[in-house]
Write a protein that binds this ligand. Structure first.
Ligand SMILES: [Zn+2]
Ligand SMILES: [Zn+2]
Length: 344
């Protein structure tokens, strides 16, 4: 496998250079917000990994279609959709993403994968939209979309997809009360990328992500949770749920350190307080405390704010890697992965 490089410090210091090199494998963070609420800031949770221009969508929070368009990814070019679990902030726009691909001219099948229920959800989607779909087939001469979406329930850990370029492996991780919940590992020609899904602190995830080039991990920032609880009617119950089913930033650091990942990307921010983004995203919130060996701790990130933030990344290697922040309300971040030679 080629050694993966996340744009070197020199390349990052020269945006013009970075823009002229088209990376072969890219992750685009389409939405970094956790939870189902819709806001005017970060979009709901969704990601896309592009390998040789083939999009692999990971989770379909509300807004995923629009965010793909905003990121310059033609919706009908989507080939694969992965749903981590059936919380609505991960699947609400699953059917509609496919629908939007169809009305934009989709002619080749899309394969979707997810925990038990995605096959049923797909069937139900066609019932829900029967009138429109059948009208458009007849009236506008479109192909029957029901034949173009091939859904598959994942019931156990293991390889769920193998293309000539990419191997995708699913790994069950607890997200109480949900147990049908999968992290995904993408082994690409340019390196390995792991998405944690929503999960409670699960040291086994570190084994699954061992040596990954990029780990995209959900996180829970406790002070933000406390602020949320005060404002919410069902605050006490909500806090109990959040603590039981998510991973604190400190624990995310432990996972990343144990896995020895090259880059940790924090995402799925549960509570975004307007005006407090700076505090919430301060990279040192994910710094691990002193550890037994004194070497495995996640290093504090060197970050550079270029707009309203929606992403925090912490390098675990002794090399300065600069965070690219989202600009304004559009939380489309491009973490371009490229081979070392391209950025040398
Ligand atoms: Zn979620
Ligand atoms: Zn969830």
């Amino acid at each position: 496998m080629l050694k993966l490089a996340l744009g070197s410090a020199a390349a990052l210091a020269s945006p013009a250079l970075a823009q002229t090199v088209k990376p072969r494998t890219r992750i685009v963070f389409l939405g970094t917000k956790g939870g189902p609420r819709v806001g005017i800031g970060a979009s709901n949770f969704a990601n896309v990994v592009m390998v040789y221009d083939t999009p692999f969508v990971i989770d379909c929070g509300n807004g995923v279609s629009r965010q793909l368009v905003a990121a310059g990814v033609p919706i009908p070019s989507v080939k694969y959709i992965f749903i981590s679990h059936h919380h609505s902030d991960h699947n609400l726009e699953y059917g509609n993403l496919f629908y939007n691909a169809w009305v934009s001219g989709l002619s080749t099948p899309i394969q979707s994968f997810g925990p038990k229920g995605i096959e049923a959800m797909t069937k139900t989607y066609w019932e829900l939209n029967k009138f429109d779909v059948e009208t458009r087939i007849e009236d506008e001469g479109r192909p029957d979309p029901r034949k173009l979406l091939i859904a598959r329930d994942i019931t156990e850990d293991g390889v769920v997809l193998q293309t000539p370029d990419v191997k995708v492996t699913a790994f069950r991780t607890p997200h109480p009360p949900i147990t049908d919940n999968f992290a995904y590992k993408f082994e690409t020609p340019d390196g390995t990328i792991v998405f944690s899904s929503d999960t409670n602190y699960n040291p086994k995830l570190a084994e699954f992500a061992k040596g990954a080039d990029v780990l995209v991990h959900e996180c829970l920032y406790l002070p933000a949770v406390d602020r949320l609880v005060i404002k919410t009617k069902n605050g006490a119950t909500l806090k109990k749920h959040l603590l039981a089913s998510h991973t604190t930033t400190e624990d995310v650091g432990r996972i990343a350190a144990a896995a020895g990942v090259k880059v940790l990307v924090l995402s799925h921010f549960v509570q975004l307080d307007r005006g407090r983004e700076k505090e919430f995203y301060r990279p040192d919130h994910c710094r691990q405390g002193p550890d037994a060996t004194g070497t495995a701790g996640v290093r504090s990130a060197v970050s550079r704010r270029v707009g309203k933030g929606a992403l925090c990344a912490v390098p675990t290697i002794p090399k300065i890697w600069t965070v690219w922040w989202a600009r304004y309300a559009l939380p489309t971040l491009r973490l371009s992965l490229s081979t070392r030679s391209q950025y040398a």
